[in-house]
Write a protein that binds this ligand. Structure first.
Ligand code: PEP
Ligand code: MG
Length: 315
């Protein structure tokens, strides 16, 4: 038992019966990359590129971007780094990509919708990612934010391949994309659930409004149902679906997500050890049981309490 506990405190993420679940970092720039790269984790599941350019007043050039991406990839050696293309708009305004005021910015032209209107911004970024990827050993992959439809996913994948980048993915953070994940996944290689926005859009509760935290709770059974629906599409297509929203860093919820079929968890790097430990103390079958319990609950609080109780019994 001691050996098992020790084994689950280092190395790649896995359940106690050796089902692999990659443990990855969410990062926002070079400083984060250097810190996370030195940590025992399997790479980056979400590099929020818009964070690098929050104070830029003009669009960064290919050369500027290439040198930043190179510095971000380097600390990860041959590990995976998933770069998210600019998620500008709503809670992450970028002055060089500002289209003027919108009535409802969270429902407006943000994320990939902005890239559709300004393909030049996307192409510059993809060219820089491709150039930086060529001079590092990292397994560089790119994904698009705020995808709602299969056409958008296919459009993005085509552009990514035109730049010679081998792997394209999409974030699933809009309920429409979750419900149609089979079709959304058809033209891409992977998807990653953005549980922060997925909760916002499922519950119709503004993520910037602190007094709505109860509705934004990723334990809300409706959010879990939507995640389960997305994972079914992943299973049907054989393409991996990960999680890169804050939910992945909650060790109890991580067990539920794995039980729902999630293949990797990306989180604040400080959360990796506790999530690794929780996974190492449960089998995949136990995770599936916890997921079923959570979905049977009537409220978020009941779901959390039922899973906490059952998870304690398992170990
Ligand atoms: C999310 O929406 O869950 C996510 C990971 O992206 P962001 O928080 O940057 O919107
Ligand atoms: Mg998001």
């Amino acid at each position: 038992r001691r050996t098992a506990a020790l084994a689950s405190s280092v190395g790649p993420g896995r359940t106690s019966d050796d089902h692999p679940v990659a443990l990855l970092a969410n990062i926002g720039g070079v400083e984060d990359a250097v810190a996370a790269g030195a940590q025992d984790l399997e790479g980056v599941g979400l590099f929020r590129t818009e964070f690098v350019f929050l104070s830029a007043t003009s669009a960064p050039t290919v050369e500027e971007q290439t040198s930043i991406y190179r510095a971000v990839f380097e600390p990860f050696g041959g590990r995976k780094v998933v770069v998210r293309t600019l998620d500008a708009g709503a809670d992450k305004p970028l002055s060089f990509a500002d289209l003027g005021p919108e009535e409802n910015p969270a429902l407006g032209r943000r994320g990939l919708r902005l890239s559709a209107l300004h393909p030049d911004l996307l192409d510059t970024q993809l060219a820089a990612v491709a150039a930086a990827a060529q001079v590092t050993r990292a397994d560089v992959q790119v994904m698009a934010p705020m995808v709602a439809t299969a056409e958008e996913a296919a459009w993005f994948a085509r552009r990514v391949r035109e730049h010679g980048l081998p792997k394209a993915g999409v974030m699933i953070e809009v309920p429409a994309a979750a419900l149609r994940s089979r079709q959304v996944l058809a033209d891409v290689d992977f998807a990653s659930l953005g549980t922060n926005d997925l909760a916002q859009y499922t519950m119709a509760a503004d993520r910037m409004q602190g007094d709505l935290a109860d509705l934004l709770d990723p334990w809300q059974p409706a959010v879990l149902d939507i995640i389960a629906a997305a994972c079914e599409g992943g299973q049907d297509t054989g393409k991996p679906i990960g999680v890169c929203g804050e939910a992945g860093g909650d060790p109890l919820l991580a067990l539920v997500l794995v039980g729902l079929g999630v293949a990797s968890l990306s989180m604040a790097p400080s959360k990796v050890p506790v999530v690794r430990y929780a996974l190492g103390r449960h089998t995949l079958a136990q995770c599936r049981h916890l997921a079923a319990l959570a979905r049977q609950a009537r409220t978020a609080a009941d779901a959390r309490a039922a899973v906490r109780h059952a998870a304690d019994q398992d170990v």
